[in-house]
Design a protein around this ligand. Structure first.
Ligand SMILES: *Cc1c(COP(=O)(O)O)cnc(C)c1O
Length: 399
């Protein structure tokens, strides 16, 4: 830490970039992976089953099915839910493109509901206004780890006989109304990308309480193939299997599963560390006029995947871009979550236009994601706080 006179003088420049998210890998993780490398199974074997059982237990779901990525898992969930050509599926634009892409993989039509301006999660009122006779499912995203309004979403789903698939890529370890995310609805997706709560390099999981969904998910991840004697139309002998539908190779390896199982044992500690930094940020920022800190919903206990500040642009002399660039110059690795999905050229070509979700579009202009992950230190968090305060006070209309 030193004041770099060659750069802007109103903030301290860190000597190295602090990323917005980062994995935590320790000796226990390395040993778990090494053990698999020296074992009989490299791809789907006993460790995948163990990891699935551990995630099911953690989330309180009956079943868990592992996949090669969160995206593959969500695709499989869309298939298992029976989403197909001609269907409409309601989701939020404040998410990573994968959420909506999975609807398109099934040749169905994504319908974007606007967000709640306080929680930034999908708005139940907006969902209700978009339901048609073609609506098949709702995919809420627990944005930043804070569960969406599942009471209201559940009620809408029951009234209209819709499947609910939760995108909980941010929300492993989050609670809603006292219950762990993962056991609440039809299906829930988790991602194990390195910036998420626990990692398998790449990987994902669907949790469900429904044995039929589990059966479809298992077949979908391996080409639509079944070896269960009761599924087979013919049976030529012990070698025989049948492909029932067009599935994929979406399998997780035992190497990944061993890492995941080892990581899961540390999840509570990871979330505790995240919460400690969130408390520091909230405390430091709560009285600043130039930003709004994250809103905490009463029923939700967030797992704090991301810490998103909202700039109060009427209190600032410059726009979000200038503020963002100042963070980068100070070596604070900020990010923006998210560019509304339908802003992407691919979605524009499908006919989606700006103006569709005004609250999400306004939010997009004002947000910055600050670094938050368990492997950062208290000093890192203090750097983020001092740089944020310096930048905002420098550009404040009051200075
Ligand atoms: C990370 C993420 C995904 C995709 O997960 P992958 O494991 O990267 O395929 C989907 N939705 C959201 C909200 C995510 O953050």
């Amino acid at each position: 830490m030193n004041i770099n006179q060659n750069d802007e003088e109103f903030y301290r420049v860190r000597s190295s970039l602090l990323p917005y998210g980062r994995q935590w890998i320790d000796e226990q993780d390395c040993q778990a992976v090494e053990k698999v490398l020296n074992s009989e199974f490299l791809t789907t074997g006993p460790m995948v089953g163990k990891f699935e059982a551990a995630v099911a237990q953690y989330t309180g779901a009956k079943y868990a099915v592992a996949f090669s990525s969160g995206t593959a898992a969500l695709h499989a969930a869309c298939f298992a839910a029976g989403i197909e050509e001609g269907d409409e599926v309601i989701t939020t634009p404040m998410t990573f493109a994968a959420t909506a892409n999975c609807i398109l993989y099934q040749k169905a039509c994504p319908v974007f509901a606007d967000i709640d301006p306080d929680t930034y999660n999908i708005s139940p009122a907006s969902i209700s206004s978009l339901i048609t006779s073609k609506t098949k499912a709702i995919i809420p995203v627990h944005f930043t780890g804070q569960p969406a309004n599942m009471k209201a979403i559940h009620k809408i789903a029951q009234e209209h006989n819709l499947v609910v698939i939760e995108d909980a890529a941010h929300a492993l370890g989050a609670f809603y109304n006292g219950k762990a995310v993962g056991g609440l609805n039809d299906m829930t997706m988790f991602s194990f990308h390195p910036v998420k709560h626990i990692t398998t390099g790449e990987g994902g999981m669907i949790t469900t309480n429904n044995p039929q969904y589990r059966d479809s998910l298992l077949k979908f991840r391996t080409h639509g193939i079944s070896r269960n004697p009761q599924d087979l139309v013919e049976n030529h002998g012990p070698w025989y299997y049948e492909m029932e539908f067009l599935g994929f190779n979406y399998r997780m390896t035992d190497i990944q599963a061993a890492l995941g199982e080892s990581q899961l044992t540390k999840l509570s500690g990871f979330i505790q560390r995240r919460k400690k930094y969130v408390q520091m940020y909230n405390e430091a920022f709560k009285d600043l006029k130039e930003l709004t800190i994250p809103f905490q919903d009463q029923l939700s206990d967030s797992s704090w995947h991301l810490y998103v500040i909202r700039l109060n642009l009427d209190q600032l002399k410059v726009g979000r871009k200038k503020i963002f660039e100042s963070f980068l110059k100070a070596n604070i690795g900020v990010n923006v979550h998210y560019i509304p999905v339908y802003y992407h050229p691919f979605y524009k070509k499908l006919g989606f236009q700006k103006g569709l979700c005004p609250a999400a579009e306004k939010l997009y202009e004002e947000i910055i994601t600050l670094p938050l992950h368990p492997s950062m230190t208290k000093q890192d968090a203090e750097d983020v706080i001092s740089v944020t305060k310096s930048i905002l006070s420098h550009y404040s209309v009051h200075s």
